[in-house]
Design a protein around this ligand. Structure first.
Ligand code: IPD
Ligand code: CA
Ligand code: CA
Length: 256
């Protein structure tokens, strides 16, 4: 079986288990504090995905959120077993399983399952971006006043005292509206689907965005770090995603 087919099967069966899941006492733990959760289901889902991938492709390497990297040093898989754990715990919706597969700097495919909606976003280079059977395209908006911005960590983006604090406030004032779903992967997929125009986060890990960035690019969008530089593959980073490279100077003029 090819990697893509294996990933689709594994993600769908992990999603089916999550839809049936119920949180019991003791299933939710704090990592760094009360805003940073991990559950029994994050760990179980990551273990299941790792097991399936490495049984079929033992020379591949898996980088996931909840466990240290494992496997060989070949093709790299970035896994977020639940992106949007707070939503999973507090809403039981608006959370995703994210799987991005890369060979060096070359993307092989990205998969993001919106678990409760059973919407599978996927993309492969030159094959476009899809949500189940629907082809996805970014919006054509070029006027900042027409644009909808999404940011997952709304408290951090607008309230924390980081170097981009004033830039974020200026951007929020310029766009038509700001939305926060609470999942990097799903918000990037919203941009790919033409449901948002501009995405920003000031903290993201490789497993958060390395699947959905492929989907954004294949839908016609662009991804950068917040300063408009290349988005790294293997480091924690800021992310700025836009519906067009034409919008980068416009956004930068507002931010800088
Ligand atoms: C988080 C979510 C959240 C974002 C955080 C991420 P997690 O991932 O994507 O929306 O603000 O930066 O870490 O912890 O739910 O996998
Ligand atoms: Ca995440
Ligand atoms: Ca996670």
């Amino acid at each position: 079986m090819e990697r893509f087919e294996l990933a689709v099967g594994a993600v769908k069966s992990a999603g089916a288990a999550l839809r049936l899941s119920h949180l019991e006492d003791g299933d939710v733990q704090f990592k760094t504090g009360y805003k940073d959760l991990v559950t029994y289901w994050d760990r179980r889902t990551e273990q299941m995905l790792r097991g399936e991938i490495l049984s079929a492709f033992p020379d591949d390497m898996v980088v996931g959120e909840e466990y240290p990297p494992s496997g060989g040093g070949g093709v790299l898989w970035y896994i977020d077993p639940i992106d949007g754990t707070t939503n999973f715990v507090n809403q039981h919706r608006n959370y995703a399983i994210s799987v991005g597969c890369w060979e060096g700097e070359t993307p092989l495919f990205g998969l993001v399952l919106d678990v409760e909606r059973e919407a599978l976003y996927w993309a492969k280079p030159s094959e476009g971006a899809w949500r189940n059977g629907e082809r996805l395209h970014v919006t054509r908006h070029r006027d900042i006043h027409d644009m909808l911005m999404t940011t997952p960590g709304v408290q951090y983006t607008f309230l924390a005292q980081h170097e981009w604090h004033e830039s974020m406030r200026r951007l929020a004032r310029a766009v038509r509206g700001v939305r926060c779903l609470g999942s990097v992967a799903l918000e990037l997929c919203e941009l790919a689907a033409g449901e948002a125009d501009l995405f920003v986060t000031l903290r993201s890990s490789p497993w958060d965005h390395n699947a959905a960035r492929i989907i954004v690019t294949e839908a016609g969008g662009v991804v950068y770090d917040i300063a408009g530089g290349d988005l790294p593959l293997d480091a924690k980073t800021t992310v700025l995603a836009l519906n067009s490279p034409e919008m980068l100077p416009v956004v930068q003029e507002i931010m800088l």
